[in-house]
Write a protein that binds this ligand. Sequence first.
Ligand SMILES: C[S@@+](CC[C@H](N)C(=O)[O-])C[C@H]1O[C@@H](n2cnc3c(N)ncnc32)[C@H](O)[C@@H]1O
Length: 318
Amino acid sequence: MTIDYSAFYELLSGTGLEPWTELLPERISHGLRHERHGLLPQWEEVLAELPLTENAAVELKTGVDVKGDTYSDLEGLLKQLHPWRKGPYHIHGIDIETEWRSDWKWDRVSPHLQPLKDRTILDVGCGNGYHCWRMAGEGAKLVVGIDPSPLFVCQFFAMKNFINDSRAWVLPLGIEDVPQTPGAFDTVFSMGVLYHRKDPLEHIEQLKSFLRLGGELVIETLVIDGPEGYVLVPEGRYAKMRNVWAIPSVPTLEGWLRNCGLKNVRTVDINTTTTDEQHSTEWMTFESLPDFLDPANPAKTVEGHPAPKRAVVIASQP
Ligand SMILES: C[S@@+](CC[C@H](N)C(=O)[O-])C[C@H]1O[C@@H](n2cnc3c(N)ncnc32)[C@H](O)[C@@H]1O
């Protein structure tokens, strides 16, 4: 497997995304230049060594599950793409037990969505593309995931080697690198990204700009208990994360969406993250949620902030 987007460009005809064929190749090369990470050449080598597979049974609706022949070297190869954060994946007899049970997040989000069948979808900050595969499993026409991490793009192409489905793609781009294509998407997801943005309202405006009239915006983010207008702006780290800028209360977040001109704003889920959902595994051996919480009071982070709680908010482009 090599990282190759030529089949992706062929799918853009008739989608409103045709200008991307001209604009993206340079930005993608930039996102995957070797200076971005010292291990990138090694990750590309892993992709090149993945076995060619045939006659596998691929399941994307209930999980990401590929059943077929087993390969003795495969687990060792895939482990070279450590850390695996989003999943789980079940590939040719190997269970990639990831840091996150991303399937649990999908179970909280997906029942509330307009049906994804035949939709063109943008998933901003998609990680290795786990949810992109699940969106394809719901019958989406085209899923464009973007994530600036070259490792996550390599993990996506590793899975693509086995899943072999041309509807889902992960591009090595940050949202700031995505060409302006107003109204090109039916559904736009931003899951786990808002609190990493210095200007959350600008982020919402950007997401909105990609949506067609009547399209759906789905935001999943950390939230804090509190009234409208309340936002936690952590000085220093939050749960050991360096780049957390603003964690709104649910009423604040809903107000931001309305202020940006979105309609039918509703919070469909609020959930406190458990250490069952996020923990270290043999596929992600670094610290994880149990290390980010105060051992004496797991309702607090080690910095003394409220422990991670997340909400899913959905809105429509009027
Ligand atoms: C917490 S993860 C969320 C992954 C996935 N959406 C999920 O909900 O499981 C946040 C992701 O945002 C990505 N990210 C960071 N900066 C970004 C940017 N400027 N544009 C898009 N994605 C970004 C990170 O690489 C990371 O994979």
